[in-house]
Design a protein around this ligand. Structure first.
Ligand SMILES: O=P(O)(O)OC[C@H]1O[C@H](O[C@H]2O[C@H](CO)[C@@H](O)[C@H](O)[C@H]2O)[C@H](O)[C@@H](O)[C@@H]1O
Ligand code: UDP
Length: 724
C-alpha cells in the first residue's frame, strides 16, 4: 500500500524534559497544528525533530518508541546542529530574507554547511522510512535542499514540496550567496506548492532569472524533469476548532474569564514571538486607540498571547524585551484598580483555553508585517458559532487573499490600525454577521482536508504529465543495438541539428563556431561512403557555408528553406516570397528598442528576434507579446510564427525541418536513420521520421517525440565517435 511520508523540521509532538521525566505535548506553530489533523490516516508517517536534545541512546530509543506509536519518526539533532542549522541558517538567514527583513539576515558559511548536513541527515531518515511506492511530502524553508537530495537517491520517487512562509521577490532572493543551490534543491520535487499566487509568481521569476528556466502555466521544464508549481492556500481543521469552541470545557473557560473581566470587551492577539508578526506595532496602535478614544479606557482590554519561540536567536530575545517594555508602559499609564489595558501572557495554551479566548473575543487583531498564511485568523473565524466578532487582518498575511471580509489594514500604519479597532468595536451586529458568515463558509469549505486532497491530486497530475512524452535515456544496451543497426546498414542517413546538439550554445550565436574536434568528427563521418550526413539547422545558409561548407555534408538551412548537397549549389525547398519582410521588420525593430539586449537576425526567407541576451523575464514576456502580435499580423497570410529556444521566428508556413527531412528520407531511401536535436524545432524532424528511426533528444530527461535522450553536446559527440 502506498503511504505518505510527511517531512518537516518540527514534529507535531514535542518531547519535554521535566522533573517527572520525559513528557510529550503538542507543538505550537501553524505547520504542526495545521497538518496535525491529517497525517495519521492510512499508515502515514511524519519525520521530524522532536524538539529535545537526547542525552543518550536509551533516551533516544524511548522517544523513538513513544513517537512510533503515534506514527512519527524522530530525527535527533545535536545542540550544534540546532544552533547552526535551525537558529542559524533557517531562522537567522532564510526566515528574515523570506519575510522581507533582509537587514536582519546573517550570511555565514558554517551555518550554510550545517544546513546542508542536516538536510542530508533528514534525507537519510526519510529513505529509511519510505518505500518505493510511497509519496514523500517535504515541508518548509528548513528543508529546501531535501527534495533534490531525495531525487538523487530515488530518481523515480513522487516528491511534493510545500513552503509555509512567503516566497519573496527575486530582489531579495538574489542577495543570498546560496540562491541557486536553494532553488535547485526545491526543483527536486515534482510539485512545489505555495500559499498564494503572489509567492508562486516570485518563485517562478527567481527560477527564470537565476536558473534561466522559463515556465508555461507554472510548468517548469528542467534539464531532467518537468516540475509543476501551484498555489494552495492552507486551511485548518474547521470542525476541530468549531467543536472545541462549542465544547463544555470552552464554556467553562469563558465563564471563568468573564467573571474576572466583568463587562470589559476583549480584543484578542495570539502569535508566536516573532518580529514578522507586528506585535510591537500592534501594541503601539492599541496605545493610540486609548489616546484618541478615551471612551474606550476602562471598557476594552487587549488580551495578548505571545508563545515563546526561537528565543535563542538574538532578534527574538530583543523583541521580547521590547514587548515587555511596551506592555509595562501602557499598563503603567492607563491601568486602574478595576481595569487592565493589556493582559499579556508569555506562554502557550491548550486548545480548549485558546478556544475560550477565540469565543470570548469581540475583535481579533491579526496584524503581521509578513506571514505565509496565518492560521490564527482562520481559527478565530471557525470558533464564532454565533457569527459575532470582527477580524482585523493585515494585508500582508497570506490569509488576506481569502478572508477579504475582514477589516484589511496595513500593519505599519498605526493610525489606520487604531481606527480599525474603533470601527470593529462599534460595528453593527448585522454587519459583523454578514462578514463572518462569508468568511466561515470559506474556512469550512477549504479546510485542511480539502487542501491536502488538492495538493495530492495535483501531485498525481504532475507525475502523469511527466510520463506523457517521456523519453528513455539511451542506455548502453540501446547504444549497442544502435551501433549494430548502423554497421549492418548500407544507406545511412544522419540528420544532425547544430546549436545545442553538435556545438554548445553561446550568448552570441556567431561565436558558436565549430571547433577542431567537431570538424574532424564530421570529416570522419562523411569519409564513410555509406553515410549521408545532413546538418539540419535553423541557421542561415551563409553561416553554415562559411563554417562547414568545405566538408562533404548535406545542408538543410533556415529550418528547411534552403537545401544543399555536397559540391552543389544551394536550392530553395520551394519557390518563396520575401517581400513580407519589409512589413514585419519594423515590428521586430520596435521590440528590439523596447527590450535591451535583444536583436534581429535576418535570413533570406525569415526574420528572427533573439532574446537570449536580454533580461530573462522581460525577454520571455516580450516574446509572448511579440508572438501574439505577429500571429495577428500573419493571419490570412502564408506566414507562420514559431517560438524556439529564446527566439521568435517568422517565416513561410508549411516549411520546417520536418518537411525538408521527410523529403530527404523519401528521395534517399535510407535503411538506417539517426536524427538528433535539442530544440522545439527538432520535434518537427522527429515527427517526420519512420518509427524505426533512431530519434534522439538532447537534454537530461526531457519530454519529446524522440525515442531516446542523451545528456548534452558531449554525449552526442561521444556517440558519433563510437560509430566510427
Ligand atoms: O517550528 P518553529 O520554529 O517553532 O516555528 C513554528 C512554525 O512557524 C512557521 O509557520 C508557518 O506555517 C503556517 C502554516 O502554513 C503559516 O500559517 C504561517 O504563516 C507560517 O509562518 C514555520 O513556517 C513553520 O515551519 C514552523 O514550524
Ligand atoms: O498557545 C498557543 C497559541 C497558538 N497556538 C497555535 O499556533 C498556531 C500558529 O499558527 P500561525 O499559522 O498563525 O503562525 P505561525 O506560528 O505558524 O507562524 C495556530 O494554529 C495556533 O492555534 C498554539 O498551539 N498554542
Amino acid at each position: 500500500m502506498s503511504r505518505t511520508i510527511i517531512v518537516s523540521n518540527r514534529l507535531p509532538t514535542k518531547a519535554l524534559r521535566t522533573d517527572d521525566g520525559l513528557t510529550f505535548q503538542p507543538s505550537e506553530g501553524g505547520l504542526a497544528t495545521g497538518l496535525g489533523s491529517i497525517y495519521r490516516a492510512d499508515g502515514n508517517v511524519w519525520v521530524g525533530w522532536p524538539g529535545l536534545f537526547v542525552e543518550d541512546e536509551a533516551e533516544a530509543a524511548f522517544v523513538t518508541e513513544q513517537l512510533a506509536a503515534d506514527s512519527m519518526a524522530p530525527v535527533f539533532l545535536t545542540e550544534a546542529e540546532i544552533r547552526d542549522y535551525y537558529e542559524g541558517f533557517s531562522n537567522g538567514t532564510l526566515w528574515p530574507t523570506f519575510h522581507y527583513f533582509a537587514q536582519l539576515a546573517v550570511y555565514d558559511e558554517d551555518m550554510w554547511r550545517a544546513y546542508v548536513a542536516v538536510n542530508e541527515k533528514f534525507c537519510r531518515a526519510v529513505l529509511e522510512q519510505a518505500g518505493p511506492d510511497d509519496t514523500i511530502w517535504v515541508h518548509d524553508y528548513q528543508l529546501l535542499l531535501l527534495p533534490e537530495m531525495l531525487r538523487q537517491a530515488r530518481p523515480e520517487a513522487t516528491i511534493g514540496f510545500f513552503l509555509h512562509i512567503p516566497f519573496p521577490s527575486y530582489e531579495l532572493i538574489r542577495v543570498l550567496p546560496w540562491r541557486t543551490e536553494l532553488l535547485r534543491g526545491m526543483l527536486g520535487a515534482d510539485l512545489i506548492g505555495f500559499h498564494t499566487f503572489g509567492y508562486m509568481r516570485h518563485f517562478l521569476s527567481a527560477v527564470s532569472q537565476l536558473l534561466g528556466l522559463p515556465n508555461q502555466h507554472g510548468q517548469i521544464e528542467t534539464p531532467t524533469r518537468s516540475v509543476l508549481v501551484d498555489a494552495f492556500p492552507m486551511g485548518i481543521d474547521h470542525r476541530r476548532y468549531a467543536e472545541a469552541a462549542a465544547s463544555e470545557a470552552a464554556d467553562n473557560h469563558v465563564r471563568e474569564y468573564r467573571e474576572a473581566l466583568k463587562e470589559v470587551r476583549v480584543i484578542l492577539s495570539i502569535d508566536r514571538l516573532d518580529y514578522t508578526k507586528g506585535i510591537a506595532q500592534r501594541l503601539r496602535a492599541f496605545e493610540l486607540l486609548l489616546l484618541r478614544y478615551p471612551e474606550w479606557r476602562g471598557q476594552v482590554s487587549l488580551l495578548m498571547v505571545v508563545v515563546p519561540s526561537r528565543d535563542q536567536v538574538a532578534q527574538y530575545a530583543d523583541l521580547k524585551v521590547e514587548i515587555d517594555e511596551l506592555v509595562g508602559r501602557i499598563n503603567a499609564q492607563y491601568r486602574t484598580i478595576a481595569w487592565n489595558p493589556v493582559h499579556y501572557f508569555y506562554r502557550s495554551f491548550p486548545l480548549e483555553e485558546l478556544a475560550g479566548f477565540y469565543r470570548m473575543a469581540e475583535v481579533a487583531l491579526v496584524t503581521p508585517m509578513r506571514d505565509g498564511m496565518n492560521l490564527v485568523a482562520k481559527e478565530y473565524v471557525a470558533s464564532k458559532a454565533d457569527q459575532r466578532g470582527v477580524l482585523i487582518l493585515s494585508e500582508r498575511a497570506g490569509a488576506a487573499r481569502e478572508l477579504s471580509d475582514a477589516l484589511i489594514i496595513n500593519p505599519t500604519d498605526t493610525g489606520q490600525l487604531a481606527e480599525a479597532m474603533h470601527e470593529a468595536l462599534v460595528m453593527p451586529e448585522e454587519d459583523q454577521v454578514a462578514r463572518m458568515t462569508n468568511m466561515q463558509a470559506l474556512v469550512r469549505q477549504y479546510d485542511v482536508f480539502a487542501w491536502t486532497k488538492l495538493f495530492m491530486d495535483r501531485l498525481a497530475h504532475a507525475k502523469s504529465h511527466q510520463q506523457t512524452l517521456a523519453t528513455t535515456k539511451l542506455t548502453p544496451a540501446a547504444t549497442e543495438q544502435l551501433k549494430k543497426n548502423y554497421h549492418d546498414a548500407e544507406r545511412r542517413l544522419l540528420l544532425l541539428d547544430y546549436d545545442g546538439t553538435l556545438a554548445p550554445f553561446h550568448a552570441n550565436p556567431q561565436r558558436a563556431k565549430p571547433d577542431e574536434e567537431l570538424r574532424l568528427l564530421l570529416r570522419a563521418l562523411t569519409d564513410e561512403p555509406r553515410n549521408r550526413v545532413v546538418i539540419i539547422s535553423g541557421r542561415d545558409r551563409a553561416t553554415l557555408q562559411e563554417w562547414l561548407g568545405h566538408l562533404p555534408l548535406d545542408f538543410i538551412a533556415e529550418h528547411g528553406v534552403w537545401l544543399r548537397s555536397p559540391g552543389e549549389e544551394w536550392t530553395l525547398f520551394q519557390e518563396l516570397r520575401a517581400d513580407w519582410k519589409q512589413d514585419i521588420r519594423p515590428v521586430l525593430e520596435l521590440y528590439v528598442s523596447r527590450t535591451a539586449g535583444s536583436f534581429i537576425e535576418e535570413k533570406d526567407y525569415s526574420l528572427v528576434w533573439h532574446y537570449r541576451r536580454a533580461d530573462a523575464e522581460l525577454g520571455a514576456s516580450r516574446a509572448r507579446e511579440l508572438t501574439s502580435h505577429l500571429t495577428f499580423m500573419a493571419s490570412n497570410t502564408e506566414l507562420q510564427v514559431m517560438e524556439g529556444n529564446k527566439v521568435v521566428e517568422i517565416k513561410t508556413a508549411g516549411i520546417n525541418k520536418g518537411t525538408a527531412a521527410a523529403r530527404t528520407v523519401a528521395t534517399y531511401h535510407p535503411d538506417f536513420i539517426l536524427a538528433i536535436g535539442d530544440d522545439r524545432t527538432d520535434e518537427d524532424t522527429f515527427r517526420a521520421m519512420p518509427p524505426d528511426a533512431y530519434t534522439l533528444k538532447v537534454g537530461s530527461a526531457p519530454r519529446s517525440l524522440a525515442r531516446f535522450h542523451v545528456d548534452g553536446v558531449g554525449a552526442v559527440r561521444g556517440l558519433l565517435r563510437e560509430l566510427l
